[in-house]
Design a protein around this ligand. Structure first.
Ligand SMILES: [Zn+2]
Length: 280
């Protein structure tokens, strides 16, 4: 399975072309990317299945399983098949979050149309203070990363004075417009809750490949409640940070994706990316 290989984006594109042209994908595996690997050091890759663009094209079903997610990393964010629950991977365990916010350990055979995983190995810690909104957090993240043009993965544990979370409820209509769906999700607030934030910062120019801006999920301390982060307040928090300059993308290997007329759609941007409705 191509997810297990370390490719650059270009290599992924070439692999896709090979897959489309049929069965000699393994024959195409070459080592002409070895130099690229060496020159980019030992930074880990984000291993991703599906794209914001495939979700926006109503591909709500995929075939990556929770077992595969765990083989690809220890930290992750995504959503399960038919958008029937947000997915959060923390410390190597994948949790599925029901529409009411209840988190449970995902069964190994749970499948997803969109999931980003990484073996989280933070290289530094930044202290972020006086956050009163999602936008403020996004600005603080930008102020604290070494380049706004690379991917960064974050994890922070502590007491958050306020979080507003969104859950994903299953779609009734597999062709429902993604933005219409986003507007129909339930939101719930947690106050003074100890828990963990995990997530990814993606530069806007990669917005059709990975959710642009901050895609953060929150999970409480005993992993019973969680969701997609929409708003946040805290006084002071240490974030472990890993800069990532590589993302391996697997296309959804489902028939609907193979058949559909894929459209270029502008992803939601800014605060609550992936959670807020598209701004016209
Ligand atoms: Zn999410």
């Amino acid at each position: 399975m191509m997810l297990k290989h370390r490719h650059t984006l270009l290599a992924v594109v070439s692999t896709i072309a090979t897959l489309l042209s049929s069965a000699n994908a393994t024959a195409h595996e070459s080592d002409d990317h070895a130099e690229i690997t060496a020159s980019t050091g030992d930074r880990k890759a984000i291993e991703q299945y599906g794209l914001p663009l495939t979700l926006m094209n109503t591909i709500y079903e995929g075939q990556i399983t929770a077992a595969e997610m765990k083989s690809l990393g220890t930290l992750g964010v995504g959503v399960s098949n038919h958008l029937n629950g947000e997915l959060t991977a923390v410390d190597g365990i994948v949790y599925s979050i029901a529409a009411d916010g209840t988190a449970t350990v995902a069964p190994d055979d749970l499948q997803a149309p969109y999931m980003s995983m990484i073996n989280f190995e933070p290289t530094r810690t930044v202290t972020i203070t006086d956050i009163s909104s999602f936008k403020a957090l996004e600005q603080a993240v930008l102020d604290n990363i070494s380049s706004a043009n690379t991917l960064h993965v974050f994890k922070a544990k502590g007491e958050f004075s306020f979080t507003r979370l969104a859950s994903a409820h299953g779609v009734e209509d597999e062709n429902v417009d993604f933005f219409e769906y986003l507007g129909s999700r339930q939101m719930y607030n947690l106050e003074h809750t100890v828990g963990t934030i995990v997530g990814i910062y993606t530069p806007a120019y990669l917005g059709t490949i990975s959710i642009p801006g901050l895609h953060f999920h929150f999970q409480n301390e005993d992993n019973t409640i969680g969701g997609h982060l929409e708003d946040i307040r805290f006084d002071k928090m240490q974030f472990d940070v890993q800069e990532v300059d590589r993302i391996n993308v697997a296309l959804p290997n489902v028939q609907k994706f193979r058949d559909i007329d894929m459209k270029m759609i502008q992803p939601p941007s800014g605060a609550g990316a992936g959670g807020s409705k598209k701004e016209e």
